[in-house]
Design a protein around this ligand. Sequence first.
Ligand code: HEM
Length: 443
Amino acid sequence: MATRTPPGPRGLPLVGNTHQWVRDPCAFKERCADYGRVVNYEILGWDAYMLTEPADVERVLADEHDRFPKHEEGNDELRTFLGDGLVTSQGDLWERQRAAIQPAFDMTHVKRYADVMVDRTAETSERLAAGEPVDVRDAMTRTTLEILVDCMFGRDIDVADRGIYDAVAAFQEPMRPRNQPITFFAPDWAPIPFLRRAERALDHLEEQVYDILERRRAGEEDRDDLLAVLVDADQAMADEQIRDEMLTFLFAGHETTALTLTYVWDLLSRNPDVERRLRAEVDEVCDGRPAIEDLFEFEYAGHVVREALRLYPPAHEIRREPVEDVRFGGYDVPAGSLLVLPTWVLHRDDRFWDDPEAFRPERWADGGDRPEFAYFPFGGGPRRCIGQQFAMTEAQLVLATLVRDWTFERRYDDLELTAGVTLQPSGDVEMVPRRPDAVGREH
Ligand code: HEM
């Protein structure tokens, strides 16, 4: 059969489409989607193929996942920092580790984590003061990091005292959208301040991780959190493997949820009716502070989070690499290329969503009639996010705990976004907390 290369935007010699992609990756992919089912472009020296049909996304992530492992070169970038943990490992190692770690995320465990989620959020609430502006993204990042460390590694670990909060921020700097191309092209030894800061942060986090591990091994207490699962696994894990997994969870287990919550507060501030309805549901369901049982009664809260994840999926694209030449819709995609599954594009595709740009939580009330992979904020198939239940529980409990006592007023107009590994606000997200009673509560 004749070879057919898919269409795509014209690039420049040497850089291909990198300059368009770096400027605004999401807008670039939206433009690309106009070319059709499979779109070819070139970024960072990679021959990229973007798929815009949910059925093709399903084929890659689920039905034929063995033929589409993670993109190796992209993975290597992360591996420098995270080693071979659950996010970056492939093949047998990944399979063994996923099976070992999965129990820490079953519903019984997630139920137990709920109290921590509410406790930590209550502390955030106490730190807020009516009328005093806060960066909501920072506040949500601190809250979700404290929750993560508390649930995964132990209640006795103080994130601020141990410098974990600052180190995680520095450690993530190379992956920030504006830094990513530099990180990618610069040699490891380059005297670039954010790379050196990240290196020092990594040393500090490693020290902390080994110290936490040592204390756990020496302790008498019976625990059943993630660290216990790692330490007590049937097939003993080397300390280096446990280190990689702990760093991986520090990296993958809080920022995405913090971003989701940041987007929720931004959207609520623009949609006061939605916020009033959410608050009314929380008031009606919760007798005192929110608890895990309430989660099963929440309906609208779940819709609000799902809709925020549709409009602003923190994992705005998923990358894979075909191990052999494949065809999608009559087009050839060569082995070793970069396959892009554009969450952002499919979540805003008007073939599947009425008025796709609008924030309408009620669109989730009837479940909707659309292909399964028109919506995949947590990925799909065997490498689906292991923290999905955790994140959905956390987002709703944090939201329910805060929305009863606070409403946030924006101090900016538009939420400008940029996209690196995750989709992020490009500037500060400064908001003024106010008491809802002061603004008028409606039941
Ligand atoms: C709203 C919050 C979250 C979003 C949107 C999200 C999104 C994702 C996505 C899309 C993937 C799949 C990536 C791929 O297939 O290439 C993934 C994987 C993963 N996520 Fe999440 N995630 C969230 C929260 C969490 C939390 C709370 C944890 C842990 C506590 C977590 C831990 C992980 C890990 C370890 C993986 C790798 C799983 C594997 O490959 O086996 N995530 N996440």
